[in-house]
Design a protein around this ligand. Structure first.
Ligand code: EPU
Length: 469
């Protein structure tokens, strides 16, 4: 398993470009299951989640290959397989997106229930409600959803739940309704740009979907969908993460390939915090002319602040003097990163769906553990801004959604080294310090590390960074 060793305090400078959006690429790849003929997708990021979905789609009868021009070429060659096994689905919840296209195109699907995860319970009741309204026969047995329908029929569907709409639920119902007989309307549809991107791709496939980007979708069913070419939208979450990395290090960075229109609430909040953002070319220049301010953030469905940058905002505000409150109304339990940020000197107290942050003058490097994808990104941001070295374990979470984030940040002057999680790779600076009462000459009288300490091999962090360069 890999971990990051991060040397904090490096000011980021330079230019970096945002990759294609993971959460648009995944449902769009799944939608290709419903197409006849080849599909070519551009801008699909090279991520572990994309590879996992690729494995699942291959098992479901698709051929998938990266072309020389970077496009992902996909085509269904076998319509028979209908089972999405637990082994793949548990590795990535977005696998549930194969349910709608399988059911619509192959008339039956057997998809493992994804289960909960570190950010909350994550039920799929709304997905099932929508598909049932289209006439699917559904049953849940032995951890699997069994769905079948000779021909789905258009219906009026309401997709609002206790935490707003559902992103992948809207995708699933939209994909199924595209091949249903008659007209489907979805009220309380998710408005996220990734859902819009899927809808636009599907319209290129021959679907008839209108109202994209609004809570009311109208889908006129068609008899068949064909393959299409499409360019995935830039990842708004990666863009926000890079902007915050620059801001937290007091840097000056140009982030290219940003759709500002997808980030209105985020950019407004960053400006309120004191981050200067100037549109340039296809992106934004970011710098911080003065000290950062505290601010309150409420994470809501789009166009509100995205839950997927709640953790990164928490890292940013942890080092902004004053009291900030961060509330997550989409995933009210998504706070596992808070305790890790506290290990880095942050002052954060959890109150139900909120975290109260008392900004400190500076964070300090520590050894911390990532609990999910966006939590990992928040820990990287905190480590970049912290005094001293940090170690971030379980970065496999990060690799699911950011393609080599450390390479992008290192190109801006960060010092992040990816090494094996092993005792010999722990920086000496993070070992418990020799401390205790000091003698007359300042020498430590007592070594708190105990007599066995020498058995753990320490290393100088410099060696790790030198090896990475
Ligand atoms: N919900 C229900 N019932 C359902 C579905 C969802 O009550 O049937 C609840 C959820 O528990 C949650 C809220 O509704 O409280 C929103 O969940 P949603 O279904 O929208 O989430 P999702 O589709 O499973 C996608 C992203 C997540 C992102 C959320 C919210 C993908 C592949 N995943 O998940 O992305 O946090 O929308 O915007 O698109 C990430 O990239 O790190 C990530 C977790």
């Amino acid at each position: 398993m890999d971990m990051f060793v991060v040397r904090g305090g490096q000011r980021l400078e330079g230019r970096v470009s945002v990759s294609g959006a993971k959460n648009a690429a995944l449902p769009i790849m799944a939608a290709a299951l419903a197409a006849e003929g080849p599909t070519v997708l551009y801008g699909v990021p090279d991520l572990v989640d994309v590879q996992t979905l690729g494995e699942l789609l291959t098992a479901l009868g698709m051929t998938i290959a990266r072309r020389a021009d970077g496009g992902l070429q996909m085509e269904v060659v076998d319509q028979r397989p209908c089972v999405a096994e637990y082994d793949l689905v548990r590795r990535m919840r977005a696998s549930i997106c194969v349910l709608g296209p399988l059911l619509a195109r192959r008339k039956s699907a057997c998809v493992s229930l994804p289960g909960g995860c570190n950010i909350g319970d994550r039920p799929v009741d709304l997905h099932l409600k929508g598909l049932a309204a289209l006439g699917a026969d559904l049953r849940v047995e032995s951890g699997y959803i069994f769905a079948s329908a000779a021909r789905l029929k258009g219906a009026a569907i309401y997709l609002g739940g206790p935490f707003g709409s559902t992103v992948t639920g809207t995708c699933n119902v939209m994909m199924a309704a595209a091949l249903a007989e008659g007209v489907t309307t979805i009220e309380a549809a998710a408005c996220e740009p990734e859902v819009v991107d899927l809808g636009e791709f599907m319209n290129k496939m021959g679907a008839r979907i209108s109202g994209l980007g609004t809570p009311f979708l109208r889908i006129e069913g068609v008899a068949a969908l064909h393959g299409a070419e499409h360019e995935i939208i830039p990842d708004r979450i990666e863009a926000a993460t890079l902007l915050m990395a620059a801001a937290m290090t007091g840097g000056r960075v140009q982030v290219d390939n940003v759709r500002c229109g997808h980030l209105t609430a985020v950019l407004e909040k960053l400006r309120e915090i004191g981050v200067r953002l100037t549109p340039v070319g296809s992106g934004l220049a970011v710098d911080v002319p003065h000290a950062l301010n505290a601010a309150d953030c409420i994470m809501l469905p789009y166009p509100g602040l995205p839950t997927d940058i709640q953790a990164q905002f928490m890292a940013l505000l942890a080092a902004a003097p004053g009291i900030s409150i961060v509330t997550d109304k989409v995933f009210p339990d998504r706070f596992m990163h808070a305790a890790e940020l506290v290990r880095m000197g942050a002052r954060i107290r959890r109150e139900g769906p909120s975290a109260i942050i008392s900004g400190v003058a500076g964070l300090s490097g520590a050894s911390v553990m990532a609990s999910d994808l966006r939590a990992s990104a928040a820990l990287v941001l905190a480590a970049l801004a912290a005094r001293g070295d940090s170690v971030i374990r379980r970065i496999y979470h990060l690799d699911r959604g950011y393609h080599r984030l450390e390479a992008k940040l290192n190109s801006l002057g960060a010092r992040i080294s990816r090494v094996q999680d092993a005792p010999q790779n722990m920086p000496a600076s993070l070992a418990p310090q020799t401390c205790g009462r000091r003698g007359a000459g300042g020498a430590a009288e007592h070594d708190l590390r105990g007599p066995n300490w020498g058995r753990v091999r320490e290393t100088s962090a410099d060696r790790l960074f030198d090896a990475a360069e």
